[in-house]
Design a protein around this ligand. Structure first.
Ligand SMILES: Cc1cc2nc3c(=O)[nH]c(=O)nc-3n(C[C@H](O)[C@H](O)[C@H](O)COP(=O)(O)OP(=O)(O)OC[C@H]3O[C@@H](n4cnc5c(N)ncnc54)[C@H](O)[C@@H]3O)c2cc1C
Length: 474
């Protein structure tokens, strides 16, 4: 442990510092970390949950924040409130910079200028999730924001709403067209849902709100490198989703790789090598996810190689190889499913892993035999395409159209944390369904301060950003 790092334990909870109970530190209050903490509710341990945010975020509904259907607060729950009644758990706001495996401490970045602090652990659970990756083209990030955090969602909402406003003020029809063209890169669930929602925004919500432009003429492109949307779904569902999206008004650009991005256009290459350039001011990146960089530091310290997605291959009980006291769960962990393929980075996987590791630690702390080996129970997955349209499987049953959409609504309301959030979201959805409105259409930054407008009007807006190495990805 480097010098100059102050132990935080005694400051936070003198009782806990003097306690002889096992100290469990959980990094990350997302789906996996929160389930771990809850599974330790009755265990003879002291749990410290560290998160750099003071809230749990329900990421599957971020796209609704990005398109003005929901407000950020409606899909976030303060961690202190969530754990208010769990006497053996405390919450620390802090960003973990590093893990000192030998010293059994996590090192926290200082909140303000000052010394770093450290938390000692007997058991550590690392559940820091992941972020967006541009497959080496990091210069694309400001031109095509991803969707991972509340800030991402608000920035995308700002850009989408600004695009309509800018089109309304524009005299040149060609430039107006650029503003009214939206490109979503990556046709996984996030891309499909974003594209579907932008179409609904343009055709329903905003249809009568402008005087010079007709928002319903907006083009929404969905760019995907694979031959079909929703890779990972069954072939029939992929085909149905493609038809539904096209019927909904989304233009599918399949088997297209993004090869260049500027503030005013996106260039895509087809399998024959032809490059098409499409003028657009708004590009949304839904293409790549990579596990938290903390995982790479942890893996390097343990002498383990991460996989291509930055995930750490863990033992069957989710422990870090060579470190039975450290567990890695959720989007950071690479675990093989029954067929040998890695389990997907989705919320149910994270939740089940988190609960399992909680049970592993709880039984060990209580001196009882451990739980049965982990088995993932696949309850299915669903993606919405638009109003009353979705596709997916529930308990192995393929669903499409209205039944899939209703199942999607029910599942998301069930898993959203906090009764108040559930109630508000249900009310918002009901009102939106009846009025086709969106209650959170705020441009929350001065409209030309950053991003779309500023970037598009900058002189150096033709940035060549497809360097050597992996060129493009979608
Ligand atoms: C836009 C979007 C849509 C999605 N849609 C779906 C869907 O429809 N269905 C589905 O099943 N899955 C969906 N997913 C995937 C799902 O959200 C993830 O698989 C899940 O969140 C992973 O849980 P986790 O606990 O591993 O990480 P997360 O939920 O990401 O939680 C990680 C936590 O760690 C904290 N953290 C990160 N780094 C640090 C650090 N250094 N120090 C302290 N705290 C830190 C973060 O603040 C966060 O609270 C979606 C994801 C996104 C981004």
């Amino acid at each position: 442990m480097p010098t100059g790092i102050h132990p935080l334990d005694a400051l936070l909870s003198p009782a806990a510092a003097g306690s002889t109970r096992r100290r469990v530190v959980v990094i990350g209050g997302g789906f996996a970390g929160l389930r771990t903490v809850r599974a330790l509710r009755d265990a003879p341990v002291e749990v410290t949950l560290v998160d750099r945010r003071n809230f749990h975020l329900f990421q599957p509904l971020l796209y609704q924040v990005a398109t003005g259907a929901l407000s950020a607060g409606e899909i976030a729950a303060p961690l202190r409130a969530v754990l208010r009644r769990q006497a053996n758990a405390r919450v620390v706001l802090g960003e973990v910079d590093d893990v000192d495996l030998a010293g059994r401490r996590v090192v926290l970045r200082p909140l303000e200028a000052g010394a770093a602090t450290a938390l000692a652990y007997d058991d550590l659970v690392v559940a820091a999730g992941g972020g967006t990756t541009y497959f080496g083209n990091d210069a694309w990030e400001p031109l095509a924001p991803g969707l991972k955090t509340v800030e991402d969602a608000l920035e995308l909402r700002r850009r989408i709403l600004v695009a309509f406003e800018a089109a309304e003020r524009e005299d040149d029809p060609a430039v107006q067209r650029e503003w009214l063209t939206f490109a979503v890169v990556g046709a996984g669930p996030t891309g499909v849902e974003m594209a579907g929602q932008i179409v609904e925004m343009a055709r329903d919500t905003l249809r009568r709100d402008f005087r010079r432009i007709d928002p319903s003429t907006a083009r929404v492109l969905l760019v995907e490198a694979a031959p079909a949307v929703l890779p990972g779904y069954a072939a029939g569902l992929r085909a149905r989703a493609g038809r539904d999206l096209a019927g909904h008004g989304v233009e599918l650009l399949l088997q297209r790789m993004v090869v260049e991005l500027t503030a005013r256009e996106i260039a895509v290459r087809d399998p024959d090598g032809r490059v098409e350039r499409i003028a657009t001011r708004t590009v949304i990146w839904g293409a790549g996810v990579r596990a938290s960089a903390l995982g790479e530091r942890l893996a390097a310290a343990a002498g383990v190689d991460v996989d291509r997605g930055g995930r750490i291959p863990v033992e069957r009980d989710f422990s870090l190889p060579g470190h039975p006291e450290v567990f890695v769960v959720g989007d950071m962990a690479r675990v093989e499913g029954p067929g040998g393929a890695p389990l997907p980075g989705i919320a149910p996987v994270a939740m089940q892993e988190g609960s399992h590791v909680g049970r592993v630690i709880a039984t060990s702390a209580a001196g009882r035999p451990g739980p049965a080996a982990f088995r993932y129970h696949d309850k299915g997955s669903l993606a919405t395409i638009g109003r009353a349209r979705a596709v997916g499987t529930v308990f192995g049953l393929p669903l499409t159209g209205l039944p899939a959409w209703l199942a999607w609504l029910g599942i998301h309301l069930t898993y959203l944390i906090g009764f108040q959030n559930r109630l508000f979201v249900f009310m918002r959805w009901s009102i939106s369904f009846l009025t086709r409105g969106r209650g959170a259409r705020l441009i929350n930054e001065p409209w030309d301060a950053t991003g779309a407008v500023a970037a598009a009007t900058a002189d150096e807006d033709r940035r060549e950003v497809a360097p050597a190495g992996r060129r493009g990805a979608s």
